[in-house]
Write a protein that binds this ligand. Sequence first.
Ligand code: SAM
Ligand code: DTB
Ligand code: SF4
Length: 331
Amino acid sequence: MQFDELKQLYSLPFFDLIQRSRKVHEENWPQNEVQLCTLLSIKTGGCSEDCSYCAQSARYTTDVAAERLMEKDDILARARQALENGSTRFCMGAAWKGVKDGTKRFDQVLDIVESVSELGMEVCTTLGELGPVEAAKLKEAGVTAYNHNIDTSPEHYTNIVSTHTFQDRLNTLRHVQDAGMSVCSGGILGLGETTDDRLKMLEILSNFNPQPESVPINSLVPIPGTPLAESQGVDSFEVVRMIALARIAIPRAKVRLSAGRKQMSEELQTLCFFAGANSIFYGDKLLTTGNPQSQADLALLKKLGLEPQKPNRALAAPGAEDTRPLTPALA
Ligand code: SAM
Ligand code: DTB
Ligand code: SF4
């Protein structure tokens, strides 16, 4: 979808927009289901990058201390717990610039992925930059989806991060697709961006070929000590509009209502589900910040008559069958 079309949709009266996105949602996702994904930070803090929203950058003094890579057995225990609690996707995050083939660290990650993938959940990792070899090896070890957000527009990206470029992000995403993993890529609202920046971000995501399998929409959780500590929260209706646009522009994606849910009312989350969100992070913690209690999430879904999504037993990576090259608007 092109920028102008997105802009036109964004300018619609609120009810017209969510009516349209609801229709697209019902056509593509008639089951009244919400996917439950559990996150685990397997390597926290001490990151070399300077992403100005992040608690884990070593450049800022935050409450998050640098830790070592978790032990495999501890990770496996958390993955089993997530499965028992009803999660169908386990996403392991590491605060690294990236991973490199031939390093001990990467071998350890591959070993962890192999074991986690035997549990039968969808396995997602988010480890920073990847080249083609790393992507192929992660896929072979059992990763079904790779999370790497473009986060905002290319123009605004340079205001947010200086240690890598927007094009670096696109290159990693290309390697992920070439290796046959699903792409999970979305962004953050509340980084001081304009509406046009948000729409450009969606334009780029929607022009990926194939389109991303999942699109996390994060609302900034301001972290004391980071340059964005004092950022204003995002207007609730703008969050709903972005969810609606993501649903319309990327109809088959899991649109994941991601960071910031703890600060949202149940009513706002409900409006997001109505507008097209069909996935959440589930569990008391995101990477370093809090998330709603699992029991509260299950109770909310029940009240709404929504079911936790059934496991994707085939572990098919939707969207990954299409092997045409990724062609983002910029590349
Ligand atoms: N290091 C990897 C990377 O940068 O891709 C993976 C972890 S990183 C923490 C994953 C994503 O979390 C970021 O791209 C961003 O969208 C989101 N995120 C990080 N800190 C956040 C915050 N304070 N509020 C909202 N979203 C945040
Ligand atoms: C994504 O888009 N959001 C998740 C996941 N992908 C890795 C991370 C949210 C992090 C929120 C801030 C924190 O907990 O440190
Ligand atoms: Fe490092 Fe990722 Fe945080 Fe950026 S967002 S500082 S790359 S952990």
